[in-house]
Design a protein around this ligand. Structure first.
Ligand code: BGC
Length: 738
């Protein structure tokens, strides 16, 4: 068998001692400055080619390898320049060590140092789904910036976030890692997070390309089928927005889309990602996903899997080591073109160059570990948490009146760990403020008394503590019950077949409600929870998602009315699991729901409507919508309509309102969704204040993708709905000119 030709281009032997070739290239440029005075500085492409030209084939293949920190991790590989990046390093000293090794290697190319920095490093902010509920992308950007700074301070330079996957099935545990069911909202938040992470010093990864959230049955890793128009119009906009915001990398997904595993899909990773969306960064596989092509049944051997992934467009191999192991032989045998490796290495090197890694000092000073959250971090985490929690029901119990006797029940209430959620990076649970702690502190200053009786522990397997909890409830004026999903039921590999409260929590809730005192339920969960009939008997319902380090204080801020709830649902809340997937931007049907007619779209044993619609959420004030004006309702192609809503705070307290604009094209060549969110704006209104909120609606936003993948923008009439949720009333129409 012929040996691989390991040297594509002769390495540059003229580097100064101690500097790798890439560093040498840079130093040479600086040293040569006087002679080259009259010449323009080298372009980015020239610099990339110069670096690439100095690499052997083995070193180029090394750039394609993302090596995980594990017991078998070999420093020698890094010292030999045989890795492009590392992941799962969590200590600044170790990161500085591997980074220095890489820089001293003959190739001298700095490493990408990746980690899942999703909603914080040490300081934990709300999980992305909760963040999306804020309908405040500027806040998300600020949070991402803060999280990135914490991570960059210990030497991490690349995050595997944000997750741009649309999620319409709450059985899927990863719904919480993304921004919910809506393409427009998802796009706004994906772009905001990309900007924030980058401003904080991290390169970002949009994941998981594409359609991973559409796994059938909500089962993580299962396959998905998505029509071509729906893929482009629903699933791709968040990715497109993230690319527009400067995302450096995209992660391929684990699942098979339309029968082709995403990690082997040239259609997805090259035609769609690069061709349609114009992405020019690099693609990284998901964890061991290249190796898993064998399990998918599209590759018989590791070598074949490596070949398929590279040909599809995966530039970097996360953790499987198959590129490093097989590409030399595959190239030697002529089964993989050397140019394909060069191109992948080029994309990775270019990213590193753009990130400024070559300019950074040889050993940038880094902290070993992130310090405890500063007062500023805490203030931001508290604000973000309070802005993420959705008030879904309030029968007058909230805000809690001063001087009341409050019974606090629920195992989750005492456990700050349960507020943090999955992918908590370098969390230190002792930093967190539990709901018990937050409420206790605030109750004292409100002159209220607080008695805590958990009822059961977090898993709630036993009813031994129920009687005591009920007795505490009976002795109080109001009950705050904190219930939800234990951490292990959420995130990756946490698909659920039930959406009910786990363990015996529902039983406890029933008993509390039966005690006759008003019960406010605070839900700590990653997705909508099926509550059943008890919901009608609750005095209040607050969805807190996973609110992070300052979660307990934020719950107190909202329950005591220091802050008016301002979040809105980023997902439709079903009544029962049998309704899922249920999302608001569905298509019309020839037999629209009619409760009097059996032969229409409905269930025979349950309402057709959700429990709470997308975009819904209450505040403590009262908001009234006045007339909506549409400037220039005849819109030319390439033009834009401006929709002006008048919103007044007619209550006695300051409020935030999320003004939402939905569109429908009532007659088109194909069925168009009944509603589509196209614009939103969060406004703060003082008591008595009226604001005119202008929402822009570009004609382009009315386009759709047909079954052939073509973009279509049809002239004609479009209906505009404006209000505080996805069931907003019709506000007018616009006419798009031919
Ligand atoms: C997940 C990715 C994550 C990666 C690295 C995988 O299991 O699917 O989202 O970035 O692990 O931690």
């Amino acid at each position: 068998m012929p040996r691989p030709r390991l040297t594509a281009s002769p390495p540059n032997r003229n580097r100064p001692p101690g500097l790798g070739r890439a560093g040498a290239g840079l130093a040479a440029l600086l040293l040569l400055a006087p002679a080259a005075f009259a010449q323009a500085p080298p372009s980015e492409d020239e610099r990339v080619e110069r670096i690439l030209g100095g690499l052997s084939l083995a070193e180029r293949i090394g750039q394609l390898d993302l090596v995980a920190n594990s017991p078998s991790f070999s420093r020698d590989r890094i010292a030999a320049g045989a890795a492009g990046g590392v992941l799962a390093f969590t200590n600044g000293r170790d990161i500085a060590d591997v980074q220095a090794l890489a820089r001293r290697a003959p190739s001298g190319i700095p490493l990408l140092v990746g980690l899942d920095v999703l909603h914080g490093l040490r300081t934990q902010y709300p999980l992305p789904l909760g963040e999306a509920a804020s309908f405040d992308p500027d806040l998300a950007r600020e949070v991402a910036r803060a999280a990135a700074r914490e991570a960059a301070a210990i030497g991490i330079n690349w995050t595997f976030a944000p997750m741009a996957d649309l999620a319409r099935d709450p059985r899927w545990g990863r719904m919480v890692e993304g921004f919910g069911e809506d393409p427009h909202l998802g796009a706004a938040f994906t772009a905001a997070r990309v900007r924030g992470f980058r401003e904080g010093g991290l390169a970002v990864t949009l994941k998981h390309f594409a359609g991973y959230g559409a796994a059938i049955g909500g089962r993580d890793y299962d396959s998905a089928s998505i029509g071509p128009g729906e893929l482009v119009d629903a699933y791709l906009p968040p990715f497109a927005a993230g690319i527009g915001a400067g995302a450096e990398s995209v992660m391929s997904a684990f699942h098979a889309l339309d029968r082709v595993p995403a990690t082997a899909s040239r259609f997805l990773l090259t035609d769609t990602l690069r061709g349609r969306l114009g992405f020019s960064g690099f693609v990284v596989s998901d964890w061991l996903a290249i190796d898993q092509l064998r399990d998918h049944g599209v590759a018989a051997t590791g070598a074949e899997a490596a070949r398929l992934a590279l040909a599809a467009g995966v530039d970097m191999d996360m953790a499987s080591g198959l590129y490093a192991k097989h590409l030399p032989d595959e190239i030697a045998a002529g089964r993989v073109p050397e140019a394909a490796v060069a191109e992948a290495a080029r994309r990775i090197v270019r990213t590193k160059l753009r990130m400024g890694l070559f300019e950074a000092p040889t050993s940038p000073p880094v902290l070993d570990a992130p310090p405890p959250p500063s007062p500023n971090d805490r203030a931001l985490a508290r604000r973000a948490a309070a802005e993420s929690m959705v008030l879904l029901r309030n029968e007058g119990a909230l805000p809690l009146a001063p001087g009341r006797r409050i019974a606090l029940v629920g195992g989750i209430a005492a456990d700050a760990k349960e507020l943090v959620g999955p992918h908590a990076a370098l969390v230190r649970y002792e930093d967190g403020v539990s709901i018990l702690e937050g409420l206790r502190r605030r109750a004292e200053s409100a002159g209220a008394s607080l008695s805590f009786s958990p009822g059961c522990d977090v898993g709630c397997g036993s009813d031994a503590g129920f009687a005591a909890a009920v007795a505490t409830a009976e002795a109080a004026d109001v009950v705050v019950a904190v219930m939800g999903e234990p951490l292990e039921l959420t995130g990756e590999a946490a698909s659920r077949a039930y959406l009910t409260l786990p363990g015996r929590q529902a039983e406890l809730l029933d008993r509390l409600v039966g005690a006759g005192k008003p019960v406010v339920l605070v839900l700590v969960a990653s997705r909508p929870v099926e509550l059943g009939r008890v919901v009608d008997r609750l005095a209040g319902l607050l969805m807190a998602w996973f609110p992070g380090t300052e979660g307990g204080n934020a719950v107190a801020d909202l329950l005591f009315g220091d802050v008016s709830p301002s979040a809105r649902l980023p997902v439709t809340w079903p009544r029962t699991i049998g309704q899922v997937p249920l999302f608001y931007d569905r298509l019309p049907t020839g037999r629209p729901p009619d409760p009097r007619n059996r032969f229409t779209l409905r269930y025979v044993d349950e309402e057709f409507t959700p429990l709470f619609p997308f975009g819904f959420g209450l505040g403590y004030g009262r908001v009234a919508y006045g007339p909506v004006r549409i400037d220039d309702p005849v819109v030319p192609r390439g033009g834009s309509a401006v929709v002006r809503a008048t919103v007044s705070n007619v209550g006695p307290r300051p409020v935030s309102e999320v003004v939402q604009l939905y569109v429908r094209q009532p007659v088109a060549r194909i069925s168009r969704p009944l509603r589509q969110l196209k614009s939103f704006r969060k406004v703060v209104l003082a008591p008595g204040e009226t604001a005119s909120v202008a929402l822009a609606l570009p004609a382009d936003a009315l386009a759709y993708t047909d079954g052939t993948g073509a973009r279509v923008l049809e002239p004609g009439r479009y209906e505009i709905f404006v209000g505080g949720a996805s069931d907003a009333p019709l506000a007018g129409t616009i006419e798009l000119q031919p």
